[in-house]
Design a protein around this ligand. Structure first.
Ligand code: NAD
Length: 300
């Protein structure tokens, strides 16, 4: 039987609709509008596209969107001042500093200067610690989106064998924590893992977050396993015409789909869920800041 395609684009639309409903309720019942501030330093073209898309979707769900675009040579002190002002602004419930930052800025210092309760990316060291100890935290958006899709597909994940390929702070490690929180038996594989194909073959759930185009072939996948492809890799596609490119994931889609029970496509899988989860985190942060009940099903 061919794998079920997990449609992240459609799922993200339902998450955004839930967020929009909750935003309308906050506005109607309490006169509160959740606000998200995005800080962009420099002119990296990919970051500019992400920031524009985040701002547009924030407004579409009825939230307030604020953008701070700072010059590439902004000093650390000036950036920290912008963050401090946002930390103290009661109309702002979520703050996101677009990464990567220019080399002269200390990324850890900058991220850890965001008030943890407004850290909607979930990268602040306090949120990392809270997640690691199973406490209420802000959860990184990409792994949160993966978890939502897995829960939706499987119901309970309890007792399943999960392999996360990649150990980055923004995807691999928090993904592993979330799967552990849902009682999976979790293996984190990485560039030094021995016998990676055999490790992956044991998994009921494979999350690939490597950044290597089509690295995982179908014969690494246990029949019936669920494959979540986080990778976004842009490749030349001369077959589409001169200068054209295409996006591929970290798994070889056709061969994995032939064996898997379910799989996320690239594009249209994990990607759309990431911004939807950013909006979900912002509404959650707003509810927490105001001592109001959080929307159900929108966080870990
Ligand atoms: P990263 O470069 O920080 O981490 C990659 C990880 O892969 C590392 O931990 C490394 O140990 C591991 N790795 C590298 N080569 C390997 C190999 N041969 N075998 C096993 N493991 C290996 O990357 P990241 O930030 O975690 O992102 C991973 C991918 O996910 C990238 O393609 C990125 O573009 C994509 N991404 C997508 C979204 C989204 O919204 N869909 C969000 C974030 C990242």
């Amino acid at each position: 039987m061919p794998a079920k395609i997990i449609d992240g684009k459609a799922f993200a639309a339902t998450v955004r609709a839930q967020v929009a409903d909750h935003v309308a309720k906050l506005e109607g019942d309490h006169g509160i509008t959740p606000g998200l501030a995005v800080v962009l330093v420099g002119e990296d073209p990919a970051s500019q596209v992400y920031v524009r898309s985040k701002g547009k979707q924030t407004v579409e769900v009825g939230m307030k969107s604020v953008e701070h675009k700072l010059a590439a040579d902004t000093s650390e002190a000036d950036l920290l001042k912008v963050i401090d002002d946002l930390n103290n602004n009661t109309e702002i419930h979520g703050i996101l500093v677009q990464l990567p930052l220019p080399k002269h800025l200390d990324e850890d210092l900058v991220i850890n200067s965001i008030a943890p309760e407004k850290d909607v990316d979930g990268f602040h060291i306090s949120n990392v610690g809270l997640l690691g100890t199973g406490q209420k935290s802000m959860v990184p958006c990409t792994p949160l989106g993966c978890l939502m899709m897995l829960r939706d597909h499987h119901g309970s994940l309890s007792g399943m064998d999960a392999v996360v390929i990649g150990r980055s702070n923004i995807v691999g490690k928090p993904m592993a924590q979330l799967l552990l929180g849902d009682s999976c038996t979790v293996t984190i594989a990485h560039s030094r893992t021995k016998d990676l194909p055999d490790v992956v073959r044991r998994a009921d759930i494979v999350v690939a977050a490597v950044g290597r185009p089509e690295m995982v072939p179908g014969d690494w996948i246990k029949p019936g396993a669920t494959v979540i492809d986080v990778g976004i890799n842009r490749l030349d596609a001369p077959e589409k015409g001169e200068g054209k490119t295409k996006l591929v994931g970290d798994v070889r889609y056709e061969s994995c789909a032939a064996v898997a029970g379910a799989i996320t496509p690239v594009p249209g899988g994990v990607g759309p869920m990431t911004i939807a989860c950013l909006l979900a985190n912002t509404v959650t942060a707003c509810c927490r800041a105001n001592g109001l009940p959080e929307p159900e099903g929108l966080t870990a």
